[in-house]
Write a protein of this length. Structure first.
Length: 259
């Protein structure tokens, strides 16, 4: 499933879960915000689309990574983790758990992406999204074995890290290259300066016969080198902090699907 499809699925599922009325007209979604969420979204009604061409021609918000409404939904999900229940058109009641993960890699640069992973709770396998889903209330006689929840989540996390490994490796390599570039730019000059000072001591010993003056010169140079080393250490710490990376894998919502 591509990223934009994942975003559309998450956004519409979120608004259905909180009780919004959703009306679609030519791929523009008019969404009525429930009273208790009006302060949060700062609107009682929003018009959104997931199609860039539609957004260019109409007065509606394009929902893509970085858009205001998607950011608000992710933040709300992180705090409350809404769960919706859906049913496929099959006659079975096999439980599936549909996880939505927000992967966020941050450092000097930042990268984020939504991932959608569905795990069959009985077979403990990752599967594709069943077609033709509709939101339902939880059947009164339905039960899930709690012992299967953690293993199911572990399967999803392993799949998530595998699916995002190429992105992670690319991000880490780029961060390391950026650090190396800054290291050479800011740190190498300290090493050059220390090397020149060391060499000046050798030159002074070759050209000067006064032991007392040589000794005093050496002490002065060593003090300068000591101060340069301190400054180099502080700059290196600053560079390390600047280029520190965080790799976050956040579960922001999930759906129970009866298939």
């Amino acid at each position: 499933m591509d990223v934009q499809k994942q975003i559309q699925e998450l956004v519409l599922s979120f608004f259905k879960t909180i009780g919004s009325e959703i009306v679609e007209t030519e791929r523009i979604y008019t969404i009525t915000i429930p009273k208790k969420y009006i302060n949060y979204f700062q609107k009682s009604k929003i018009n959104i689309t997931f199609d860039e061409k539609i957004a260019d021609k109409n007065n509606c918000e394009l929902i893509i990574p970085g858009s205001r409404t998607l950011f608000q939904i992710i933040n709300n999900c992180n705090n409350k983790g809404p769960i919706s229940i859906k049913k496929s058109h099959s006659e079975g009641m096999n439980p599936l758990i549909h996880y939505y993960f927000h992967v966020n890699f941050s450092g000097v640069k930042q990268y984020s992406q939504l991932f959608s992973i569905i795990v069959d709770l009985e077979k403990m396998q990752v599967i594709d999204l069943p077609p033709m889903l509709e939101t339902i209330d939880m059947p009164s006689d339905f039960k899930i074995e709690s012992a299967k929840i953690t293993p199911c989540f572990d399967v999803a996390i392993n799949e998530l890290k595998q699916n995002s490994s190429e992105l992670k490796n690319s991000f880490v390599n780029e961060a390391n290259n950026s650090f190396e570039s800054d290291f050479k730019l800011f740190i190498s000059r300290y090493d050059d300066e220390i090397r020149e000072l060391d060499e000046s001591i050798n030159q002074k010993e070759k050209t000067l016969n006064d032991f007392e003056k040589i000794r005093n010169y050496r002490f002065d140079i060593l003090e300068k080198i000591k101060n340069i080393e301190k400054e180099k250490k502080a700059v290196l710490k600053s560079l390390q902090d600047k280029h520190k990376i965080d790799l976050n894998y956040e579960l922001i919502a999930c759906e129970l699907i009866l298939n």
